[in-house]
Write a protein that binds this ligand. Structure first.
Ligand SMILES: Cc1cc2nc3c(=O)[nH]c(=O)nc-3n(C[C@H](O)[C@H](O)[C@H](O)COP(=O)(O)O)c2cc1C
Length: 180
């Protein structure tokens, strides 16, 4: 089974998760900027950072090129991973993948440090006032992805890959039987 891990990352958080899932399964990971053609693979993991409640634009462009494959997605965001906002981001990623008939194996989201310059700019513009709750969330995000996140991401992807491999080999065996 040909497997590919592709990620989009602006400040390195999502790259860390990609590298962790790659290490957990002995697979290389590719930046979306130099990503191989998804058509050449049987199963893919695609990583993104969340921008305005959606997978970032580069990741979206790559996701739209995947057709009819089993896909695992992963991502990092500033919000709490159990929040309604994170759930909507996950749903957006799933919907995008399902549009092209892909099977979403599972997904993994965790927090990632928000670029301090972006926080400072939003403070200057006054778009997101710094409430105590917001400060606490950003301080927590600054500690992620941490070792636990990376381990959980690797575990989740490993399980998906095992399940996808079982289906892939079963389909191959059925196909061989039908041909004989
Ligand atoms: C322009 C911009 C928009 C963002 N929008 C969101 C958002 O809508 N929701 C969220 O939870 N985090 C948002 N974030 C935070 C990033 O998703 C988060 O820091 C992520 O871990 C960055 O990943 P990276 O280091 O792989 O680029 C935004 C960050 C930037 C710079």
């Amino acid at each position: 089974m040909r497997v590919c891990i592709v990620y989009s990352s602006c400040t390195g958080n999502t790259r860390k998760v990609a590298e962790a899932i790659g290490a957990a399964t002995g697979l290389p990971c590719h930046s979306v900027r130099h990503a191989p053609d998804p058509a050449d693979y049987d199963c893919l993991a695609v990583g993104f950072w969340v921008r305005k409640g959606q997978p970032d634009a580069r990741a979206q462009r790559y996701m739209r090129r995947i057709y009819g494959k089993p896909v695992f997605y992963f991502g990092t965001l500033g919000a709490w991973p159990q929040s309604a906002h994170a759930l909507r981001c996950a749903q957006a990623a799933e919907a995008l993948l399902q549009e092209n008939g892909n099977t979403v194996l599972d997904g993994f989201l965790c927090q990632g440090k928000v670029n301090p310059r972006v926080i400072a700019a939003s403070q200057r513009k006054g778009t997101h006032p710094m409430t105590p709750a917001r400060l606490a969330r950003l301080q927590e995000a600054a500690r992620h992805p941490d070792g636990e996140d990376l381990q959980a991401a690797g575990q989740s992807w490993r399980h998906c890959l095992e399940a996808a491999a079982a289906v892939f080999h079963q389909q191959g065996a059925t196909y061989a039987q039908e041909k004989s």
